[in-house]
Design a protein around this ligand. Structure first.
Ligand code: BEZ
Length: 229
């Protein structure tokens, strides 16, 4: 039997498709529980530490784009292993520098409970720092996408918004989105399921553009939402 500190906490390998582990934590807006956001999309994102320049630029960028996240029914939730007083001090400095009152809660994960649950702590634990992870959690609290960036490089908020748009389109219409897709671009329809359907796709149609029976695009305006996305 392995008998060391590492073995005392079960290490999860969280993947896309799993239910996001629930947790309760203290934040800069008081205690929260992840499941209270059921019915909304949640972006749970970690940062390495308070009072650091890249993280500061990211929080300012998140705050500036908060109305865009809100439009998409997205709740932003920041997390790091700093204390709540440290978070408050840092967000207060950001307020003094920019006038921005951070419009979303920042989780104080002092005991690394959330970081452990979501595998955010660097396995080599050299700095005991979480990296820049982003978990895209859907309104049923299922993990739909995971991004990881290193401490040295800030995330692109427009890519986070673009991926939210793509996930929401896929969920609502049952379609996929191609490389470099942007809202308004054609989407990829599911592959034909029968030979008859495949042959139909070989002939031209007003609403489908097919390059092969398995490679067809359409405009979103041609589609109706799925009954129970
Ligand atoms: C930063 O946010 O600037 C940062 C944080 C941790 C390590 C390196 C950079």
């Amino acid at each position: 039997m392995i008998n060391n500190i590492e073995s005392e906490r079960p290490r999860q390998c969280l993947t896309i498709g799993r239910i996001a582990p629930d947790f309760t934590a203290m934040t800069t807006e008081g205690p929260i529980t992840l499941s209270q956001y059921r019915g909304k999309w949640v972006l749970l994102f970690s940062h390495p530490g308070d009072f650091t320049p890249v993280c500061t630029s990211e929080f300012i960028a998140f705050a500036q784009l908060q109305p865009e996240f809100e439009k998409r029914n997205v709740q932003l939730l920041g997390v790091s292993i700093d204390s709540n007083p440290a978070h408050i001090g840092w967000l207060y400095d950001i307020y003094l520098m920019t006038g921005i009152i951070m419009p979303f809660p920042l989780i104080a994960d002092r005991d690394a409970n959330v970081a452990e649950l979501y595998g955010m702590v660097n396995p080599d634990r050299i700095y005991e720092q979480s990296v820049r992870d982003v978990f895209f959690i859907d309104p049923n609290q299922r993990i739909r996408a995971i991004l990881a960036y290193p401490a040295t490089n800030g995330r692109n908020m427009y890519e986070l918004l673009r991926l939210i748009d793509a996930l929401q389109v896929s969920t609502t219409y049952g379609v996929s989105t191609p490389a470099n897709w942007m809202p308004g671009d054609p989407v990829i329809v599911p592959v034909a399921n029968t030979l008859e359907e495949a042959i139909e796709r070989g002939t031209s149609s007003d609403d489908l553009t097919c390059f092969a029976w398995w490679y067809c695009f359409t405009d979103l305006s041609e589609l109706t939402p799925l009954p129970n996305p």
